[in-house]
Design a protein around this ligand. Structure first.
Ligand code: DCP
Ligand code: MG
Length: 425
C-alpha cells in the first residue's frame, strides 16, 4: 500500500493559562486570564497566604479583572473566559467590561518552559520527526509512524493527545493534513482538545471558505491589499490567475500565494537542527580602549570565554574553530578566527585561541563590543579526544594558567605597547 504524506500540526490549548491551572486546580473551569506582568504566582499569593499550599488558597482570594487598573494586555485566556469575548491582545480594562469576574494571573516563564519541554519530549517518544515551532506548537511527520496512516492520522493523533495529557495534564489540538500549510489551519478547526483530519479532496469544502488571513504567511498588510482586490476567502484567491497575483505582490510572494490557495506545500518537517556555532558577545557601557582599559577588557574577555565554555558544556558540544568579533566606535566590525588541533569546550583553551585572533586586528581604535565564538561544533560524545589542556592547545601562546591579572592581560593584548595614545577628546 502506498503511504500518503501525513503531516500534523499540534497546538496547545490556552497554553499559558492551562499551565498555571495545573498548580491551581481550584480555578479549573473558571474564566482566567493571563496578563499584568511576569511574576511567580506563588510569590504573588504568598503575600497574603503564606500559611497555605497553592492548591488550597480559596478562589475568592485571587485578584479579579474588575479590580485591575493599568494598561496591561491579555496574553491568553481560558476557554471559559473566551465565552465572554475575552481573548489574547485585548486590553485588560476593556476585557474587565466583558468579564469582570475573571481571575487574573501573571505569567511564570520558568513554569511555561518546563511544560513546553515536557509536551515536546512526550511527542518525540512517539513520533521522532518533530519540528519545534515555538513554545506551544510543533509540526510532526506522521507519514512513517505506526498509526500515522490509520484513519488519516486520527489514531496517532489520539495517542499523542492522551500521552501529553497523562504526563502534563494539558490538552492540545491537532490537525493532520497532506502538508504543513493545511495542517496548521486544521489544528484550529476543533479547538480545544480536538482533532481534525484533512485530505487533498477536502480543499474545496474545508479550506476555500476560510478567510485569506488563515493562511500562515498572509499577514495584515497582505490581507488589506487582497481585500482591496475583492479577495476575501482562500477560494477567491485560488480563482485568480497566478500572473495577476505576481503582478500585484511580486514574483516570489505572488506565486507562493497562488500555490498556497491551491493547498500545495512541499516543505519538509525539519527536526531540531544542530547548531553550527555558539557565541557570546557584549556591548560595553562605554567605549573601551585596548591599551587604556586593558584590565577591564581583559576581565570582560575572560568572562565571555567562561560563559561560552559553560554554554558548550551545558549543551554537550565541543568546537574547533575559535573566533572573535569586535565592533569599533564607528560601528565597523572586525572578525578573525583560527582552527585549533583538538575539539574543545575549555574556557582557557578558548581564551588562548581567541587571544591569538585579537593579535590580528587593529586595536588602536576604541571598541564598543567584544564577542567570542566557537565553530566547527561536534557533539562532545561523538568526539573521542575532547579535553586538551590549555597548555597544549596553542603551544605558541604564553602560559596563562596562573590566572593572575597580569598574565591575562599579556595574553589578551600582547601587542598593546605598540598602540599610539588616542587623540584627546
Ligand atoms: N502568547 C503571547 N503573546 C501573544 C500570543 C500568545 O505571549 N500575542 C503566548 C500565550 C499563549 C501561547 O503564547 O498561551 C500560545 O499562543 P496561542 O496563539 O497558541 O494561544 P493559546 O495556546 O493560549 O490558545 P489556543 O488554545 O487558541 O491555542
Ligand atoms: Mg495554543
Amino acid at each position: 500500500m502506498t503511504r500518503l504524506r501525513r503531516i500534523a500540526h499540534l497546538d496547545m490549548d490556552a497554553f499559558f493559562a492551562s499551565v498555571e491551572l495545573q498548580r491551581l486546580p481550584q480555578l479549573q473551569g473558571l474564566p482566567v486570564v493571563i496578563g499584568g506582568g511576569k511574576r511567580r504566582i506563588d510569590e504573588m499569593l504568598r503575600e497574603r497566604h503564606a500559611d497555605l499550599p497553592l492548591h488550597e488558597i480559596p478562589v475568592d482570594a485571587f485578584p479579579r479583572l474588575k479590580d485591575y487598573v493599568g494598561r496591561g494586555v491579555i496574553t491568553t485566556a481560558t476557554y471559559p473566559a473566551r465565552q465572554f469575548g475575552v481573548g489574547s491582545a485585548m486590553g485588560m480594562m476593556k476585557a474587565a467590561l466583558l468579564c469582570p469576574q475573571a481571575i487574573v494571573l501573571p505569567v511564570d516563564f520558568e513554569e511555561i518552559r518546563k511544560f513546553s519541554y515536557a509536551f515536546k519530549e512526550t511527542i518525540r517518544e512517539i513520533a521522532p520527526q518533530v519540528e519545534d515551532r515555538g513554545v506551544d506548537e510543533v509540526y510532526i511527520d506522521f507519514t512513517d509512524v505506526p498509526g500515522g496512516q490509520r484513519e488519516g492520522g486520527r489514531v496517532l493523533a489520539r495517542l499523542i493527545q492522551k500521552s501529553i495529557f497523562e504526563r502534563t495534564g494539558l490538552t492540545c489540538s491537532i490537525g493532520v493534513a497532506p502538508n504543513k500549510l493545511i495542517a496548521k489551519m486544521a489544528s484550529e478547526f476543533n479547538k480545544p482538545n480536538g482533532i481534525s483530519i484533512v485530505y487533498d479532496d477536502d480543499l474545496q469544502a474545508k479550506i476555500w471558505p476560510l478567510a485569506v488571513r488563515k493562511i500562515n504567511g498572509i499577514g495584515p498588510k497582505a490581507e488589506a491589499k487582497l481585500h482591496a482586490l475583492e479577495i476575501r476567502t482562500i477560494g477567491e484567491l485560488a480563482a485568480r490567475p497566478a500572473e495577476e497575483l505576481i503582478a500585484q505582490f511580486g514574483r516570489a510572494y505572488g506565486a507562493w500565494m497562488h500555490e498556497a490557495a491551491w493547498g500545495r506545500d512541499e516543505r519538509p518537517v525539519v527536526t531540531e537542527s544542530e547548531p553550527v556555532s555558539m557565541s557570546r558577545e557584549t556591548t560595553f557601557e562605554r567605549d573601551l580602549h585596548a591599551a587604556r582599559d586593558r584590565a577591564e577588557l581583559s576581565a570582560i574577555f575572560t568572562d565571555l570565554c567562561e560563559r561560552l565554555a559553560a554554554d558548550l558544556a551545558r549543551k554537550g558540544y565541543v568546537g574547533r574553530t575559535i573566533g572573535i568579533k569586535l565592533r569599533y566606535d564607528d560601528f565597523q566590525i572586525a572578525t578573525r578566527d583560527m582552527t585549533i588541533e583538538h575539539y574543545t569546550a575549555d574556557a582557557k583553551t578558548i581564551r588562548q585561541a581567541a587571544g591569538q585572533c585579537l593579535k590580528r586586528v587593529d586595536l588602536s581604535r576604541r571598541l564598543r563590543l567584544l564577542g567570542v565564538r566557537v565553530g566547527k561544533l561536534a557533539r562532545a560524545q561523538d568526539v573521542a579526544d575532547t579535553s586538551p589542556r590549555a597548555e597544549t592547545a596553542a603551544p605558541a601562546a604564553p602560559d596563562t594558567t596562573s590566572g593572575s591579572a597580569t598574565a591575562l592581560t599579556l595574553d589578551l593584548f600582547p601587542d598593546t605597547q605598540d598602540i599610539p595614545p588616542a587623540a584627546p577628546g
